[in-house]
Design a protein around this ligand. Structure first.
Ligand SMILES: NC(=O)c1ccc[n+]([C@@H]2O[C@H](COP(=O)([O-])OP(=O)(O)OC[C@H]3O[C@@H](n4cnc5c(N)ncnc54)[C@H](O)[C@@H]3O)[C@@H](O)[C@H]2O)c1
Length: 367
């Protein structure tokens, strides 16, 4: 492996910093500024909206992306008003009311999980594209039905899979695509931990890892899960073993009894006499030479433009969805893929309750 893929993770580009003297990379550039202007509306104005998505929108605007936020709806009107103030948008107390007065090019569905499908359905029925936070729904049937509705209507439905756009994972994916593993992936192992059950372990947290499982390895054929339960019946820790349609195998462990702020996430992907590790969504290391050195890549933290919205993958994901709406890029994370991840969660619950292998396609858990 001699060439390291070029993956943008929010740093100023070399050309901007050292040739053009544009240290922050904010000068107008023809790639962004000549794109078709688009209007975004937002459903749900809570934590993830204010901490991740509005900063991601700002990030893209600062880099010249011609987008505006026209409207925000949240039944907590004080919260809607605050988010509206941050974006210059109009605030509404319901999405229905918002959609009566606005026709955005994209609705970001960032509500509590229970409202995702209802809200996205209202938009899709009006042929308005949606990007829906994870989990697209807690019910596989509902998630699959939403994805099928969007397909029937030919309306764009994207599922939040922000880790795909987080640079350490994007780097690993680019390395796999470039043949760095010397074969297709043969084995996947992954770890995801929450220190405390502040969100549901599978739907709230592990859903990200399950998306990565499928992104790197392709469709799951069968899985088998085992768990340790808390006193209230919730899952404290679980392991899941997979066989993939490709013939590869894999396993993950996920736990709410480890820690969140100490080592918390790790993915290893093995090919043939070569493997990749992504540690804590931070460092990507390629081991591809018995006698030579490992090659590792990690960011320079103090770089002025290294921001969470880029490093967390939110800005990259949003830019992809906007470009897909414009018809200038293929959609990277579809509603069908989001529904497939929920199918895996349902298969894990089924395997736990019946202690058996689940063939996900045979049991109707593929959208
Ligand atoms: N991608 C990630 O890494 C990530 C991180 C955190 C949260 N999330 C997801 O984002 C979503 C929101 O999470 P949060 O942490 O911001 O929660 P939150 O509770 O802070 O905010 C959710 C907001 O949705 C509003 N809401 C509920 N029903 C609504 C409806 N019908 N119409 C409009 N607004 C409605 C609530 O009033 C609340 O303000 C959840 O689905 C969560 O799983 C994803």
């Amino acid at each position: 492996m001699t060439r390291w893929p070029q993956v943008d993770f929010g740093h100023t580009s070399y050309d901007a910093a050292f040739v053009k003297g544009d240290v922050y990379g904010v000068a107008a550039d023809s790639v962004h500024s000549t794109k078709r202007p688009l209007q975004i509306a937002i459903a749900g104005a809570g934590g993830v909206t204010q901490a991740k998505w509005i900063p991601a929108i700002r990030n893209l605007q600062t880099r010249g992306e011609p987008i505006t936020v026209s409207a925000i709806a949240d039944p907590r009107l004080d919260v809607a008003n605050k988010a509206a103030l941050l974006t210059g948008a109009e605030a509404f107390d319901t999405v229905k009311h918002l959609l009566e007065l606005h026709r955005p090019d994209l609705l970001l569905v960032l509500t509590a999980d229970s409202a995702h499908v209802t809200v996205a359905t209202q938009a899709i029925e009006r042929d308005i594209a949606c990007l829906v936070e994870k989990p697209i729904s807690r019910s596989f049937q509902e998630a699959a039905a939403l994805a099928r509705l969007a397909e029937r209507q030919s309306t764009l439905l994207a599922a939040v899979a922000n880790k795909r756009f987080s640079p350490p994972y994007a780097m690993a994916k680019a390395l796999v695509s470039d043949g760095a593993l010397k074969s297709a992936p043969t084995l996947f192992t992954g770890k995801f931990t929450l220190g405390y059950p502040y969100v549901d372990l599978l739907e709230g947290g592990t859903v990200h890892l399950l998306d990565l499982v499928q992104w790197f390895m392709g469709p799951v054929a069968k899985l088998h899960a085992r768990a340790v339960k808390r006193d209230d019946g919730g899952i404290e820790s679980a392991t899941v073993s997979f066989s993939f349609k490709s013939g590869a195998i894999g396993s993950i462990m996920t736990s709410a009894s480890a820690m969140s702020f100490k080592p918390w996430e790790r993915v290893e992907i093995v090919g043939r006499n070569a493997f990749l590790v992504v540690d804590d969504q931070f460092e990507t290391t390629l081991y591809d030479d018995e006698m030579g050195p490992a090659k590792s890549w990690r960011p320079t933290i103090p770089n002025t433009l290294m921001m969470d919205e880029a490093f967390g993958g939110y800005a990259g994901l949003l830019e992809n969805v906007l470009d897909a709406i414009r018809g200038i890029a293929p959609l990277a994370s579809s509603g069908l893929e989001g529904a497939a991840t929920i199918g895996l969660i349902e298969a894990i619950y089924r395997s736990l309750s019946q202690d058996r292998d689940i063939d996900v396609a045979a049991e109707g858990l593929v959208p």
